[in-house]
Design a protein around this ligand. Sequence first.
Ligand SMILES: Nc1ncnc2c1ncn2[C@@H]1O[C@H](COP(=O)(O)OP(=O)(O)OP(=O)(O)O)[C@@H](O)[C@H]1O
Ligand SMILES: [Mg+2]
Length: 254
Amino acid sequence: MKIAVTGKGGVGKTTISSLIARRLAERDFKVLAIDADADANFASALGIDIHQHQIQPISKMDELIEEKMGAGENVGQGLYTLNPFVGDVPERFSIHHKGVDFLAVGTITKGGAGCYCADNKMLKRLLNHIVLQRQEAVIIDMEAGLEHLSRGTAKGIDAFIVVVEPGQRSIETALNVKKMAKDIGIEKVYAIANKVRSDEELELIQSFLTDVELLSHIPYSGSISTADLKGMSPADSAGDELTATIDSIIKKFS
Ligand SMILES: Nc1ncnc2c1ncn2[C@@H]1O[C@H](COP(=O)(O)OP(=O)(O)OP(=O)(O)O)[C@@H](O)[C@H]1O
Ligand SMILES: [Mg+2]
């Protein structure tokens, strides 16, 4: 099971990614949780003590990138090792917490058109490896773009989950993601409505999501926002109803 969670800023991508990852682990799945977002906070949402573990994304590990991609005079000329071995990276750098292996990979550096920066190449290669070669369940917390993923990688993902909240902009983002995905041949885009406060909000969201299947919805929850405020994982205080919702999402892809 390989799931990528995306959506507009602040909609609840990291919250939902952590709930899915922690629940899978609780149900004895082997889980790899990947933070591919710029302001990395998936670790703390999983309950990892970020004061104890210094979390640096792979895309910022210059020495590692040099080790893998080649360095020296070639750098800057686009001459990198074409197929560096990255299979050791998850084991070398992931943090294990409550049954989840966590790895921060970082995000794409936006350069000029046709940028062949070593960090971006390495990141894409690593995601490709994780999605296509790893056997465990993989949950990727990522931004709304699909730049991280080559076509080949995207095809290996079972579901793109776009989180939407009651608000037009997040719905527009979802429709955009669907379109971007379609452009690269991916049909498996599903929405989860989050922070829903009424049936009316849910119905409105449903009516705007014209060609994206609404998989499930999560109500606005005081326990989720309080967990965040306390720096705790929402998974540690999830009640039966929320757990059942997460289980229904997992069931769809297992
Ligand atoms: N169902 C919910 N009920 C209440 N609060 C929620 C809910 N889901 C998420 N939140 C809160 O909304 C805020 C944003 O959530 P989160 O960080 O998961 O979003 P995000 O999409 O990952 O944001 P970013 O784009 O910054 O990465 C957090 O404070 C989180 O606790
Ligand atoms: Mg986030």
